[in-house]
Design a protein around this ligand. Sequence first.
Ligand SMILES: [Zn+2]
Length: 178
Amino acid sequence: MPPNPLDRLMFAQGGLCFFCHKPLLPAEASVEHLVALGNGGPKHDGNCVACCKTINALLGSMSLKEKIRLVLNQKGQFKCPNETGVLKSTVANAVARPSSVQASVSTTEQVNLIVHDLRKRASAKPRTVKTLTSTISALFQRKLSEQNVLSLIERLRTQGVIVVSGTKVSYELPNEVA
Ligand SMILES: [Zn+2]
């Protein structure tokens, strides 16, 4: 194995950042100690990951608990911060500005948008699969294929957000996440 810890970790991670999973250029790579050295963390590879310098700087000497919270707060859409250290939550942005929805947003973001939209509708939610289909289609400015919309409905169903019975739909919306 490579003698240099960074080279070793990079090899183990397939050259990808541990957090954002983007290809990591040597100039942008750094070793992050999950339990910070200042908090008594060991130097061995089991406590280390290779990642973008920006996220390493942001994590600094946070406790492991705070780091896990920060990662979880990105809701599976982790992007290492840009040079100014601003961590962008793409989910929050997409929910705040539904008109800016791109075709490239992930299914998770799409589901979050739909749940957000349904919650706003309160008692005026679509009551049938057909109207829910057109509601979702309209929400994404008709940029999704019918197959996409149907798979989103299926995802909502498997997540327990909606209950489909015949052609009828009822809702079990999760509480708004802060
Ligand atoms: Zn990264």
